[in-house]
Design a protein around this ligand. Structure first.
Ligand SMILES: [Cu+2]
Length: 344
């Protein structure tokens, strides 16, 4: 398989020397370093067999030894929590937020494929299909296929009342908080070792999920005219009073005590990758509307919240520690540019 890929790349590269090739061949030349990109789909578009393969591959990562070298990481799944956690102050509310998380999710997808035999693309969860912003207390969103205990990621944690210290924002609508009770990620089947060894926790908050995943907010993000404003709008402001789509999957699922709501360790929640997959899908769709510009444009602050300060540029580099090589933002704008290799 590997040598076949190399052979294909080599052949395509030699073709590029020929001047009179038909258009289809020259198009392939440009993508020579990304052959057969996996196609990412919304969770509900996957067959039940594909859903099972994905979840099996995620569980498989917990059976392989860590390679990030970050303290606390025991298995390959921990690696991703560890790397995200170690860089948390530098990758949120910055210009490279969306591209760092694109690289991160794509590297996770690659691990599923290369280390755990998964053959599909990273699925995403379009929560805007489930949200009912006009009916914030509706729990319908949590009946979505993604939470199905047999074919999806399982449901809520058991009900625990947070202490005032844990609940600094005084959110009173939490419905869970303890270990996940159903599905493939229950404590007997799935343990994460960061920040400390324990179960996956969920704390569904219907009002946050319904109002933060509002299709109108998605439309607002998608209407932004340039990278800098898109990147700023997708993160919004860190306040529970002002809904933002990035907060939907984190605080709608993770609430006060759940894994997804923990800023540093949220990748411990397997739904994290489908949530960020959806943000990435939105970004990809936005890029498609003006590829010429949007494959060559970045902006926004290097330092968190430093809007108006020094901005990232196309040659700004990010890293995922030992999980992948350093990458320029320019190389991450194209999902089929070689550094990345996937499509929607
Ligand atoms: Cu993050």
């Amino acid at each position: 398989m590997y040598s076949l890929k190399l052979l294909v790349s080599f052949c395509l590269a030699s073709f590029s020397a020929a001047a009179a090739l038909p258009q289809t061949a020259t198009t392939s030349v440009a993508a020579a370093s990304c052959v057969n990109p996996p196609k990412r789909q919304e969770w509900r578009q996957l067959s039940l067999q594909q859903r099972k393969s994905y979840i099996d591959a995620v569980l498989c990562l917990t059976k392989k030894a860590a390679k990030s070298g970050v303290a606390g990481a025991v298995h390959r799944y921990d690696d991703y929590v560890a790397v995200h956690s170690s860089q948390t102050p530098n990758i949120h509310w910055v210009g490279h937020f969306i591209l760092w998380h694109r690289y991160f999710t794509a590297t996770f997808e690659k691990a599923l494929r290369e280390d755990c035999g998964y053959t599909g693309g990273q699925p995403y969860w379009d929560w805007s299909l489930d949200a009912e912003p006009q009916n914030p207390n509706s729990t319908r969103v949590f009946d979505s296929d993604i939470f199905n205990p047999q074919t999806g990621f399982g449901g809520n944690g058991n009900k625990i009342k947070p202490t005032p210290e844990q609940n600094t924002f005084n959110i009173t609508e939490g419905t869970g908080g303890g270990c996940v009770q159903t599905g493939p990620f229950v404590e007997t089947n799935f343990i994460i070792n960061l920040p400390t060894k324990g179960c996956l926790r969920r704390d569904f908050i219907p009002s946050i999920m319904n109002t933060f995943a509002d299709p109108k907010l998605v439309a607002n993000v998608m209407a932004q005219p340039d990278y800098t404003s898109w990147a700023k709008e997708v993160e919004g402001v860190p306040s529970f009073d002002v809904p933002d789509i990035h907060g939907s999957g984190h605080f709608g699922v993770g609430g006060v005590l759940g894994t997804a709501g923990n800023a540093a360790n949220s990748p411990g929640e397997p739904i994290f990758y489908l949530h960020h997959g959806n943000l990435d899908h939105l970004f990809w769709q936005w890029q498609q509307k003006d590829l010429k510009t949007r494959l060559n444009q970045v902006g926004g602050p290097i330092v968190a919240f430093d809007y108006g300060g020094q901005n990232v540029t196309l040659d700004f580099t990010i890293n995922l520690g030992k999980l992948a090589g350093e990458a320029t933002l320019k190389s991450l704008l194209d999902t089929q540019g070689g550094t990345l290799c996937y499509t929607y």
